[in-house]
Ligand binder design. Structure first.
Ligand code: FES
Ligand code: FES
Length: 161
């Protein structure tokens, strides 16, 4: 089938089977390797992307569901000021970056902060529910998102939230 969608801000059209995983489309057609193959069952978060504004596991999204959708991968997101906000906030909080879950953590933080500029601890914990990070304590991750929220508010408005 032929499918059009928006990938990292650009209109793209591909031909593929209806049940091809989005993860395979990203890696094999577009050579976007930031979404990684882990459990392939929606548990680990290694393959996370932002899908229509929500962080989602690309391993569970079949091609037929992506028509007309907007998908952001870590490669696209890394070109933005928002990405730099998160890197700074995570760094200040001591969030680990071993390379295993980095894309998932960063995209989960972005999807949350796009919806809630000053999230609560409960919001943050819920937002990271689908990301399995073996290195960073949950409280450090919460701190990283709160620091990012402050950094972003200062960048955008010259003051904290
Ligand atoms: S590879 Fe997709 S959630 Fe684990
Ligand atoms: S930073 Fe190592 S698993 Fe998350």
């Amino acid at each position: 089938m032929t499918i059009g969608f928006i990938l990292n801000g650009e209109d793209v059209v591909i031909r593929t089977e209806a049940d091809t995983r989005l993860l395979d489309i990203l890696r094999e057609i577009f050579n976007l390797l930031g979404a990684k193959c882990g459990c392939l069952t929606g548990i680990c978060g290694l393959c996370s992307v932002i899908f229509n504004g929500n962080v989602a596991p690309a391993c569970l999204i079949p091609a037929f569901r992506i028509r007309g959708c907007e998908i952001i991968t870590i490669e696209g997101f890394s070109q933005t000021d928002e990405y730099q906000d998160i890197l700074r906030g995570f760094s200040q909080a001591g969030v680990e970056n071993c390379g295993y879950c980095d894309a998932g953590k960063i995209l989960a933080a972005e999807a949350l902060l796009e919806k809630i500029s000053r999230p609560s601890k409960t919001d943050i914990t819920a937002a990271f529910n689908g990301i399995r990070c073996r290195c960073t304590e949950p409280d450090r991750l919460v701190e990283g998102v709160l620091l990012t929220a402050d950094i972003r508010q200062r960048r955008l408005y010259g003051r904290s939230a």
